[in-house]
Design a protein around this ligand. Structure first.
Ligand code: DGP
Length: 117
């Protein structure tokens, strides 16, 4: 497990508790908390404790944390959703990534359209 962090990163500050969040779960590799601007009745962000800007960069350097993140997202979805959910990794500004610390959005609790807009 790596302890890499970016002192200027909002989500690193949620990991340390410097910025409060409505925590849903914590594991050795991950922290999950409710999104401040929920887009569905269930909208939880699952992040690695390790600072990496996106899921691809996390996967390239830390397979264990990547698997842990996916496993935790599944666990949260199963606990908070009734069967159907969407797991989203916005990656890059053009894809609406606004916080550059890897995060999975777990969205559930309403019908979700396709394609996403
Ligand atoms: P994205 O656009 O994919 O980078 O998603 C970033 C999400 O982070 C967005 O849905 C809003 C959420 N967010 C931003 N700042 C905070 C915060 O301070 N607390 C919480 N709980 N969520 C935040």
């Amino acid at each position: 497990m790596s302890s890499t962090a970016d002192p200027d990163c909002l989500f690193c500050k949620i990991v340390t508790g410097e910025i409060p969040a409505e925590i849903v779960s914590q594991t050795p590799h991950t922290v999950a908390f409710r999104d401040v601007d929920p887009q569905a009745p269930t909208h939880v962000l699952v992040i690695p404790r390790r600072h990496e800007p996106d899921i691809g960069s996390l996967a390239a350097v830390d397979a264990e944390a990547t698997i842990a993140l996916l496993a935790e997202a599944r666990k949260i979805a199963e606990a908070h959703a009734e069967g159907s959910y969407r797991l989203v990794f916005n990656t890059g500004a053009e894809a609406h990534q606004t916080v550059f610390h890897c995060h999975a959005h777990v969205l559930a609790g309403r019908a979700l359209g396709w394609p996403p807009v």
